[in-house]
Design a binder for this molecule. Structure first.
Ligand SMILES: Cc1ncc(C[n+]2csc(CCOP(=O)(O)OP(=O)(O)O)c2C)c(N)n1
Ligand SMILES: CC(=O)[C@@H](O)[C@H](O)COP(=O)(O)O
Ligand SMILES: [Mg+2]
Length: 591
């Protein structure tokens, strides 16, 4: 029987003799590789903390002692050791385990994560709570990576906790990489610390942390020993570990960017399984990245910005072509947005590439630094809509609502790659106000994506199909589902289809024409119903006293968990079946 099979919980783990821990780490590592090779997911980060995970649950009395995993993509070993081994093959699947720590999933998941740099603030809260409740023995541990600790929110937590006598231990898991190589002065400092050439005072000791390290994070006995020593000290402490992302799988160590989330791979060879996501149609992110380079060739005012996602956003193409005009600012969405505002204030044309869900971190900056000052920042909002297996923490379903309420904002959603290229071309001609362009994760719909540029009039829409009594108004990529549904219904003459293109400003002339010619309207968006595109149409229809029926399809007011995009669209009732049901019902009503 494998040692791992005998560990149903950390309590079982803590009964093992210490000499069993290294063999156990080998089994845990193999288990993770087995599952992720077949079921996909985040690989490199979890492989990098196998020893740390075992040591933490061995030394500390979890779940009484609180343990938070920053981002949480590295918590596969944690989940496997805390009673979820037999269910781990459901990781990131519909109805299965979340790919990130989640309070409702286990008492061992002290705090839900998914967005980076929250762990220190959360663990400080818990440590202060323990102190106020008189539980002075309880330990509070946050594991945070070298890229995540460089984020503003993490520094806020460090700054505050350094002056508290709360019981907290921060484990800096330093592998010198985020998804892409980490950036910035802290990276340079940590590199020097690891080389022993740092001339400065220890930055963490300057913030009143008792600092220990750096030590080899894969030397399990050394990690156990270091944790035991840290456990004997009270107050704010920081243990600095040096690890290798992807440790234990040759390809994952050598190609850390790809193996952060490699997709399926051959369990024996470690080689990637060729996936359908390569080839044509291109991914929207690649259309964005390649088009930006094309535009930047002719327009030297164009600059690109990404907060730590050069590969994920495909800004990497611009960084390769024009390194002096493309900036990875690290996990720093707030800084990215306001830096873009500063650039726009000086006449540059900043394309700020940020995932929809991560832009939530910089909401005040969009309002206060960009829109209020009418600075023409171009937000290229990738991963808009339901994203799939990353689940509730990562769906980009609020941007239409959270941007629509901001004055001076223009919001565009391309229905396909050609529309994305044309709005980017239009934007770099010069704007009076900020522009948000939102597009989904994954592939486009056209084999031929590099089409010639055309200018898109701001606030314009497109009549794709003329109808007589039912008008479907879609926004963005979800409009392609309508085309499929109309084809499957035999293109009934009653149904018209309009790609509205802009949530703000709405094409009011088009809407007035639709109100005059149709008795039923369906709005469709890959976004939340509350405050989104449908709400905008309802508001305008009410002002115009439209007396027809408006049926809004969009994501309901609840969190949507993980699964395939198809499963989740069905769950949210914005899949082709739901659209078909709605249209058949309306056809009955008008016939
Ligand atoms: C606010 C936010 N921005 C961006 C991301 C995307 N992201 C996920 S993991 C990661 C890199 C984390 O690097 P690090 O903290 O060093 O952890 P490691 O993966 O090296 O263990 C990034 C940028 C995120 N999860 N949250
Ligand atoms: C853990 C994290 O936040 C990122 O790795 C995110 O999962 C990337 O998402 P994409 O796979 O859509 O780039
Ligand atoms: Mg890292």
């Amino acid at each position: 029987m494998k040692r791992l099979d005998s560990v149903q919980s950390p309590e079982d783990l803590r009964k093992l003799p210490e000499e069993e821990l290294v063999p156990l780490s080998g089994e845990l590592r193999e288990f993770i590789i087995d599952i992720v090779s077949a079921k996909e997911g985040h690989l490199g980060a979890s492989l990098g903390v196998v020893e740390l995970t075992i040591a933490l649950h061995y030394v500390f009395n979890t779940p009484h002692d609180k343990l938070i995993w920053d981002v949480g993509h590295q918590a596969y070993g944690h989940k496997i050791l805390t009673g979820r081994r037999t269910r781990f093959n459901t990781n990131r699947q519909f109805g299965g385990l979340s790919g990130f720590p989640k309070r409702e999933e286990s008492e061992f998941d002290a705090f839900g994560t998914g967005h980076s740099s929250t762990s220190i603030s959360a663990i400080v809260g818990m440590a202060l709570a323990a102190r106020l409740k008189g539980d002075l023995e309880r330990e509070h541990i946050a594991v945070i990576g070298d890229a995540s600790i460089a984020s503003g929110m993490a520094f806020e937590g460090l700054n505050h906790s350094g002056v508290l006598d709360a019981n907290l231990l921060i484990i800096l898991n330093d592998n010198a990489i985020g998804i892409d190589p980490s950036v910035g002065a802290l990276k340079r400092y940590l590199t020097n610390v690891k080389k022993g050439t740092a001339k400065e005072e220890n930055i963490f000791e300057c913030l009143n942390f008792k600092y220990s390290g750096p030590i080899d994070g894969h030397d399990l006995p050394a990690v156990v020993d270091a944790l035991r020593k840290m456990k004997e000290i009270k107050g704010p402490r920081l243990l600095h570990l040096i690890t290798t992302k992807g440790k234990g799988l040759k390809q994952a160590e050598e190609n850390q960017i790809v193996y952060h989330a490699p997709g399926r791979f051959d369990r024996k060879t470690g080689e990637l399984t060729p996936s359908a996501s390569s080839g044509l149609p291109l991914k929207y992110q690649d259309v964005f990245g390649k088009t930006l380079v094309e535009l930047a060739e002719k327009n030297e005012l164009i600059v690109g910005i990404t907060p730590a996602m050069p590969t994920g956003s495909s800004l990497k193409f611009m960084m390769e072509a024009y390194p002096e005009r493309a900036f990875d600012v690290g996990i720093a969405e707030q800084h990215a947005v306001t830096m873009a505002a500063g650039m726009a204030a000086e006449g540059l044309i900043p394309f700020c590439a940020i995932y929809s869900t991560f832009l939530q971190r910089a909401y005040d900056q969009v309002i206060h630094d960009v829109a209020l000052q009418k600075l023409p920042v171009i937000f290229c909002i990738d991963r808009a809509g339901l994203v799939g297996q990353d689940g509730a923490t990562h769906h980009g379903i609020y941007d239409l609502a959270y941007l629509r309420c901001i004055p001076n904002m223009t919001i565009f959603a391309p229905m396909d790659e050609r529309e994305l290229r044309n709005i980017m071309y239009t934007a770099q001609q010069g704007l009076e106000n900020p522009l948000a362009i939102r597009y989904p994760r994954g592939k486009g719909v056209n084999q031929d994506w590099r089409t010639s540029f055309e200018t898109i009039p701001l606030g314009s829409s497109r009549e794709l199909v003329t109808g007589s009594s039912i008008a479907v108004l879609s926004i963005g990529h979800i409009g392609n589902e309508v085309t499929e549904v109309l084809n499957s219904l035999g293109n009934p003459k009653e149904i018209g289809h309009y790609d509205m293109r802009f949530v703000k400003p709405l094409d009011e002339a088009r809407l007035l024409d639709i109100f005059s010619r149709y008795e039923k309207i369906v709005t469709l968006e890959d976004g939340c119903l509350s405050g989104g595109f449908g709400s905008a149409v309802l508001e305008f229809a009410n002002i115009q006293k439209f007396t027809g029926r408006i049926h809004c399809l969009g994501i309901p007011d609840r969190f949507i968990e993980q699964g395939t995009v198809e499963e989740l669209r069905k769950e949210a009732q914005i899949d082709q079946e739901a659209i078909t049901r709605c249209l058949i019902q309306l056809l009955h009503e008008v016939r």
